[in-house]
Design a protein around this ligand. Structure first.
Ligand code: VG1
Ligand code: CO
Length: 542
């Protein structure tokens, strides 16, 4: 029933910021997915008889790879697979299921916010027993195996029925098809004051949530409409589609434009939100105000004790390096730890496991906490709703008060997508070569204080991760950060992160791009973005 298949390595299976992401036709090459999955198993030890969680965001090719992964798990000796019905598990739900059932680990199939479909993106990621993305030492080992792989093992059996909950047997292994929503919804009920949120919604507080035809649809329907009583129709685009309706399931101001327009309109609901393809990102827009993810992290941390799950206070806050320093000010005021990590959720795992941080966030619309080991879109929405239900103020009032108390970190990210890889690497290399000469250099009214390529020293396992982004810090606390994306599937994406701190409350009403104009110009002067990429403008501004 189990067969061993000879194979040869592919040279391009290096996991990026969040697993292996490629175009679907790349994954459809003979043995491509099988090679990667076998390399995952070959990097692990001691899983015989143990449980593996498998689920994905429902995108094109999800079901096919789930069948392959189940049959390979059986052939490699796992004892049990838990798989979401229909092959569906949001990334945070997968993390929770791994933890709740004490699984050995999990395989999450997603390319997150990237588009889906026969010519679009797919991805495979391995999560360890704490429910979080595998750390670099594991992803490095997986990559090493992909380069030498000669065979893989797979059960030679019929496909599993993914659409009926309950147990089946596959080549001696048990496959349990589980409800993808219920464990997660129960967890949310333990963290938030559902009674207060229900009462607030019943009192006329209007919300809208755009699931972007992606995985959060069923979760949001169940939690927001069924359990919390939000008006029917509050959850938009709630049927997960393999191609996300042809859109980018990316909750930002470009791809969730309709939601933004609605929230800025006269008849706007009180609160608007959206999540991405796999449910780990969040977009928060109050009536008349977009809350940047960096600000949202700070505001959630400052108000977290209003939710029952965090009533005892936070141990610490962690943010990725390019995320704004707004959260640092909250941590300072609360007298708790603040940690600065490289981009990617895998770096938060150790801090959460060690109890050093409770809430974590990234500027890329990711926020989460110790309840799972992934960022969690609906969790952020529910924490906002809990805070709003208790404070009974508007989002705009909460944001203003926050800035008055802590100052405002004007913040924006400029993405240059699908630029020529050689040009993007050349730009980064040229910056790197300049680093030592930059301190003291003046650009208009700005003076560079320090410049470096960020290295992270993990305080828990003492591992070191180098080359995590070029930071140019100016006198007065403003900064520009440059890095190349590790999630794209064609060409390179240059990300430029721009930040200015403004303590003066009379200056908190400036348009963000205006407030950052001189830094944006300095970024171009330093890196030669226009000249090297041939682009006059970013593709996406968030
Ligand atoms: C991007 C974001 C990063 C995030 C990662 C995965 O990575 O910048 O903050 O953790 O996507 O998010 P990169 O390397 O492209 O900048 V998700 O929602 O795509 O799993
Ligand atoms: Co995502």
């Amino acid at each position: 029933m189990t067969k061993t298949v000879n194979t040869t390595p592919y040279t391009d299976q290096k996991p990026g910021t969040s697993g292996l992401r490629k175009k679907v036709p790349v994954f459809q090459q003979p043995n491509y997915a099988e090679n990667f999955i076998q390399s995952i198993f070959d990097s692990l030890e001691g899983f015989a008889g143990k449980t593996l969680v498998i689920g994905g965001d429902g995108r094109f090719y999800n079901r096919e790879v789930i069948q392959i992964a189940i049959k390979m798990a059986a052939a490699n000796g796992f004892g049990r697979v838990l798989v979401g019905r229909g092959g569906i598990l949001s990334t945070p739900a997968a993390s929770h299921v791994i933890r709740k059932y004490e699984a050995f680990g999990g395989i999450v199939l997603s390319a997150s916010h990237n588009p889906g479909g026969p010519a679009e993106d797919f991805g495979i990621k391995y999560n360890i027993g704490n429910g979080g993305p595998a750390p670099e030492k594991v992803t490095d080992a997986i990559y090493a195996h992909t380069k030498t792989i000669e065979r893989y093992k797979i059960a030679d059996v019929a496909d599993v029925n993914l659409d009926a909950e309950g147990e089946q047997e596959v080549a001696g292994m048990t496959v349990q098809v589980i409800n993808p929503v219920s464990d997660y919804a129960e967890l949310m009920e333990t963290l938030f004051d559902f009674t207060a949120i229900r009462a607030h919604l019943a009192g006329g507080f209007r919300i809208v949530f755009d699931a972007m035809s992606a995985v959060t649809g069923p979760y949001a329907k169940e939690i927001l409409e069924n359990r919390l009583g939000a008006a029917k129709g509050s959850v938009l685009n709630f049927v997960p589609l393999p191609d996300f309706g042809g859109h980018h399931p990316d909750p930002n101001l470009v791809h969730a434009r309709a939601l933004y327009e609605e929230m800025m309109g006269e008849n706007a609901p009180d609160f608007g939100a959206a999540s991405d393809g796999d449910g780990d990102r969040n977009l928060i827009i109050g009536k008349g105000i977009f809350v940047t993810p960096s600000d949202s992290l700070a505001m959630l941390a400052a108000n977290a004790t209003l939710a029952p799950g965090y009533a005892k206070g936070l141990a610490g806050i962690a943010r990725s390096m390019p995320t704004s320093g707004a959260a640092d000010r909250v941590a300072e005021k609360l007298g708790i730890g603040i940690y600065e990590t490289p981009t990617g959720w895998k770096f938060f795992g150790n801090l959460l496991d060690a109890g050093l941080a409770t809430i974590c966030g990234e500027e890329s619309a990711g926020t989460g906490s110790s309840h799972v080991r992934e960022k969690d879109g609906l969790w952020a929405v529910l924490l906002w709703l809990n805070i709003l239900a208790v404070r009974k103020e508007s989002v705009v009032d909460i944001a203003r008060e926050h800035w008055t108390t802590y100052g405002r970190n004007y913040y924006s990210r400029h993405d240059y997508e699908e630029v020529d890889s050689a040009a993007a690497n050349g730009l980064m290399d040229a910056l790197r070569e300049q680093l030592t000469t930059l301190p003291g250099r003046k650009l208009g009214d700005l003076t560079i204080e320090t410049a470096d390529d960020f290295s992270y020293h993990d305080p828990v396992d003492h591992s070191v991760s180098n080359n995590q982004g070029i930071r140019i810090l100016f006198e007065g606390g403003s900064r520009v950060v440059f890095r190349l994306s590790g999630t794209g599937t064609s060409g390179a994406t240059l990300r430029v992160y721009i930040e200015r701190f403004e303590p003066d409350a009379t200056k908190h009403d400036v348009d963000t791009q205006v407030a950052l104009a001189d830094l944006i110009e300095a970024a171009d002067a330093l890196a030669g973005i226009k000249e090297r990429t041939g682009r006059t403008e970013p593709t996406v501004i968030t």
